[in-house]
Every structure is written in structure tokens, then in C-alpha cells.
Write a protein that binds this ligand. Structure first.
Ligand code: TAP
Length: 481
């Protein structure tokens, strides 16, 4: 239990100007759908309807791709310095409107305001600043000879970091001279639509960015569209595989950022209090709706009990509740559907014999909520050690030797990220070399920066986002054909 109570500290909603309905953003304007069925987006914390949004039909996808194609010639022939100015302008407007973005993101997604305010929005703006800097230096970025854009890029993103994933996708595409059609997730379209307003405010030429809302079929139509030159997708491994099948045999380039089941590995020489903070951050940040979440804790057997006790004591101090309250640590689960998935896998964990524990905490009456949960006594074969739960649920396993830690950590179809906690630098380097993960954090977790490439091994996808590696996915090189 918390040692003292906090008074509520709600962020004001008045900074957000919610419209009752939103159109599709095509060719620089908000337009009605032709034939799509509108749907509602709700606050997962209260189930209140926030707005009605258009479903983009196949005809709308066609219009958006045509607008991006028409804009491509002039956008790609602008000088890099001029494209960079637009990106800088967008970044600065995002900073100026940061509070509005943060409140809207927390309303639509359910994540705590302190995370949207301090992580999602600043890093999203940082991606535009970073890529603005690259726009006029592509020829010197060692991307290959004569780097030039692919053309029209179709981008599909998930609901866990709606604005941040948009920034990861749109900033490098624009910096390299591509034009974009992006589909946000069905449950979190609002910050993408606010971003469309930012594009208008920045006087971005019409058609360079198009935002089409809708669900899976809209994403499918976009990916399959014959005038899309490159596909960039972030989401589940199942949908990533379907996309790979759809584009197989076409000329389309693709980057796929998919799921994960990261091991957070704590050795007996680690600073335990610091490691406990890292474990909490690793799995309970953003309600565990994080592809690179440290959802498997591998702890050395000799300190397992100490770590478990300290972890439980720390979890008892987390505040679960209103995402707009600045004291909230854990917000709402994004949708009823995701809550159902979490409940199903947690039940499987219990049925398979793992021990389930959660701190006492009162959950709000409405909305979608799940207590922070720890499973101990987990073995490698348990489904909760193998499958991505994508919620605030930690599976704890133990190991005795570094070799055992490596083989357990790598025993997964995924390979997105991993964490190592130890005071020995040599062990960090040895482990990082052995782990089949795109990102390895040492004595920290969930650190993101636009300069640092991010992406997976195995079923966590292919291609990198961020840094120079991320840029290379958006250009073709060599002699022009
Ligand atoms: P998905 O169901 O895969 O959805 C991702 C996006 O794809 C959404 O916009 C979705 O639309 C759309 N979509 C669904 N079916 C499609 C299809 N057949 N063709 C084209 N697009 C389609 O994933 P999710 O449940 O939203 O997100 C959670 C998953 O994403 C987790 O597995 C997580 O690990 C992964 N993820 C990975 C990363 C990175 S960087 N590797 C980052 C974040 C999340 P609707 O949602 O509107 O139906």
C-alpha cells in the first residue's frame, strides 16, 4: 500500500478542441469518405465516445495514393534543405502544441499523461528535428551511391504509441523525398488527425502526407495498392506475415516492425534497487503495451527471492487509474478486445501452474483496466513465457549461469530487445554478443532516441527505424534506371 495518499492532479482537457467528427486527410484537406462506414473512437478509461471517424473505403485509399503520387514529383525534386525546412517547421509546431498532443493521446489511448507528456510527444518531435537535419545530407550519409526516394510509401501503425509511431514512419519518409499515405490504428486515430492539422499549419504541400482512418481492411487495401512503392508496417507478427505474403512477388520494398518477448536479465552482482526500477519500467511502462517490453524477467537464482520481494513492495506503490491524472503510473488498457486477450493468456498462465500475484488496488468502475501482475514459478514451456501478452503482466524465470541465461533468453521466436543488469562491463559485452535481439540495453531499459536504429531479429521483423540505418529503408541507390 502507498505510505501516503496523493491528492488528484488532473491535467485539463480544455486544451484539446475535440470535433464531433473527422474526415480523411487527403491532398491537404479533410474530406468525407466515399462509401466507408463511420466508426466511433472512445476513451478506454471511461468508455466515453470522443469522436466519430471515417472508415476509408477502397476508393478513398485510391484517392489518397493518387494524391501522394501527384505530389511526389515536386516534393522529391525540392532541395534537401527546403524539405528540411518543412520538417523543422512540423517539429516546432509539435513542440508548441505538445500539451494538446499529450492530452489527446492520453484520452484516446489511455496511457498516463506523464508518459505522453514526457516520452511520446517529445520523442515524436525529436524524430522530426533529427530527420530535418538529414534531409540535405543524404548524399554524405553512406547510404550508397545516388540515394533517392522510392516514391509513394504506404504506412500502417498500431495503437500503443500512436503519435510516436507516426513520427517514426513519416519523418524519415519525408526527409528522403517520399510521399506518404498513413493509416493509424482503429482505436487511436485522433493524434494522427491532429498531426494532419499540423501539416496544414506548416503549409506542407498538398498530397505529401495523407492520413486515412479505418481498420484492418483499410490497411490491407493500402498495402496491396499497386501504386504503392514501399510498405512500412508496425504491428503484430501475424499481420506482418500476412503483409509479407501480400507483397511477395511485387517490386514493393518493406520494413516490418513486429512483436517481441524480451528477456530482462538480472545477475547477482546487479544493483538490485536500480534493477527493480528497470524491471518496473520494462514491463509496466505504457501498461506493458510495448513491443520491446521486458515481459520475461530472468533473474539469477541466488537473488531471486530478494528481487521478488523488492519488486512486490515497489509494485504496491504504483497508482493505477485516471490517465489524465499527473500522479498516475498505470493507465487504461487500450480496448475491450486487448483486455480480453490479456485475460485469456493470464488464465492460461494460472491453468499451466504458474503463481499469479497482483498488488491490492482499486480499479475504476468504467473503462478497461488490469492490475499490474507478476507470475512466478514460470517455466520455458509455459505459454506466458513464449507468447506476447502485450499487457502489464511479468513472467519470472530463474537461471544459474550466464550460458543458461543466454539460452533461455534466445528461446523465443522473437528477437526485438533484451536487458542486462550487472556491474561487469565484460559480461555486458559478452551477453550483448550472444543475445539474438535488435536492441540490448545494459543497466537501463526502454531508452529510445531518434539517432539509434531500432528493429528485430527473427519473427520480430526486418529493417530498422531510426538513425542512419532507418534512413536507408527509404532510399534506393545506384544508377537510376
Ligand atoms: P495489429 O493487429 O497487427 O495492427 C497493427 C495495424 O495494422 C493496425 O493499424 C491495424 O488496423 C492494421 N491491420 C490489421 N490487419 C491488417 C491487414 N491484414 N493488413 C494491413 N493492416 C492491418 O497489431 P496491434 O494489435 O494493433 O498492435 C500490437 C502488436 O504490434 C503487438 O504484437 C506489438 O508487439 C506490435 N508492435 C510492434 C512494434 C515494433 S516497433 N516492433 C511497435 C508497436 C507494436 P486496426 O488496428 O485499425 O484494426
Amino acid at each position: 500500500m502507498p505510505t501516503f495518499e496523493y491528492a488528484p492532479a488532473p491535467e485539463s482537457r480544455s486544451v484539446v478542441d475535440l470535433q464531433s467528427s473527422y474526415g480523411l486527410f487527403i491532398n491537404g484537406e479533410f474530406v468525407d469518405s466515399r462509401g466507408g462506414t463511420p466508426f466511433k473512437t472512445i476513451s478506454p478509461a471511461t468508455e466515453e465516445v470522443l469522436a466519430e471517424v471515417c472508415e476509408a473505403s477502397a476508393e478513398d485509399v485510391d484517392r489518397a495514393v493518387a494524391a501522394a503520387r501527384a505530389a511526389f514529383g515536386s516534393w522529391s525534386s525540392l532541395s534537401g534543405a527546403d524539405r528540411g525546412k518543412y520538417l523543422f517547421r512540423i517539429a516546432r509546431i509539435m513542440q508548441e502544441r505538445a500539451r494538446e498532443f499529450a492530452v489527446l493521446e492520453s484520452l484516446d489511448n489511455g496511457k498516463p499523461i506523464k508518459e505522453s507528456r514526457d516520452v511520446d510527444v517529445p520523442i515524436a518531435a525529436a524524430h522530426f528535428f533529427y530527420h530535418a537535419g538529414w534531409a540535405d545530407k543524404l548524399a554524405y550519409a553512406s547510404l550508397g551511391q545516388n540515394p533517392r526516394p522510392h516514391g509513394v510509401v504506404g504506412q500502417v501503425i498500431p495503437w500503443n504509441f500512436p503519435l510516436l509511431m507516426l513520427a517514426w514512419k513519416i519523418a524519415p519518409a519525408l526527409a528522403t523525398g517520399n510521399t506518404v499515405v498513413l493509416k493509424p490504428a482503429e482505436t487511436t486515430p485522433l493524434t494522427a488527425l491532429l498531426f494532419a492539422q499540423v501539416c496544414q499549419q506548416a503549409d506542407l504541400p498538398p498530397g505529401v502526407v495523407n492520413i486515412i482512418t479505418g481498420a484492418g481492411p483499410t490497411g490491407q487495401a493500402l498495402i496491396a495498392h499497386q501504386d504503392v512503392d514501399k510498405v512500412a508496417f508496425t504491428g503484430s507478427t501475424a499481420v506482418g506475415k500476412a503483409i509479407a505474403r501480400t507483397i511477395a512477388g511485387t517490386r514493393k520494398k518493406a520494413t516490418l516492425e513486429l512483436g517481441g518477448k524480451a528477456a530482462n536479465i538480472v545477475f547477482d552482482d546487479a544493483p538490485v534497487d536500480q534493477a527493480v526500477e528497470g524491471i518496473v519500467n520494462g514491463i509496466f511502462f505504457n501498461q506493458g503495451h510495448v513491443c520491446c517490453a521486458g515481459s520475461r524477467l530472468l533473474v539469477q537464482e541466488s537473488i531471486a527471492q530478494e528481487v521478488e520481494d523488492k519488486l512486490k513492495a515497489r509494485l504496491a506503490t504504483l497508482r493505477v487509474g485516471d490517465p489524465l491524472d499527473k500522479n498516475t503510473d498505470i493507465g487504461a488498457i487500450n480496448s475491450a478486445e486487448q483486455l480480453e486477450r490479456i485475460n485469456t493468456l493470464v488464465k492460461v498462465g494460472e491453468d499451466e501452474g504458474a503463481t499469479r500475484w497482483s498488488p491490492e488496488c482499486e480499479l475504476p468502475a468504467n473503462g478497461f483496466w488490469f492490475r499490474p501482475t507478476v507470475f512466478t514459478g514460470v517455466s520455458q514451456t509455459h505459454r506466458i513465457a513464449q507468447e506476447e501478452i502485450f499487457g502489464p503482466v511479468l513472467s519470472v524465470l530463474t537461471f544459474r549461469t550466464p550460458g543458461e541465461a543466454v539460452s533461455k533468453a534466445n528461446n523465443t521466436p522473437y528477437g526485438l530487445s533484451a536487458g542486462i543488469w550487472t556491474e561487469k562491463g565484460s559480461r555486458i559485452l559478452w551477453m550483448a554478443d550472444q543475445l539474438k535481439a535488435g536492441v540490448v540495453w545494459a543497466n537501463t531499459f526502454n531508452k529510445f532516441d531518434p539517432t539509434s536504429p531500432f528493429g528485430g531479429y527473427k519473427e520480430s521483423g526486418y529493417g530498422r527505424e531510426g538513425g542512419r540505418h532507418g534512413l536507408s529503408a527509404y532510399v534506393t541507390t545506384g544508377a537510376a534506371t
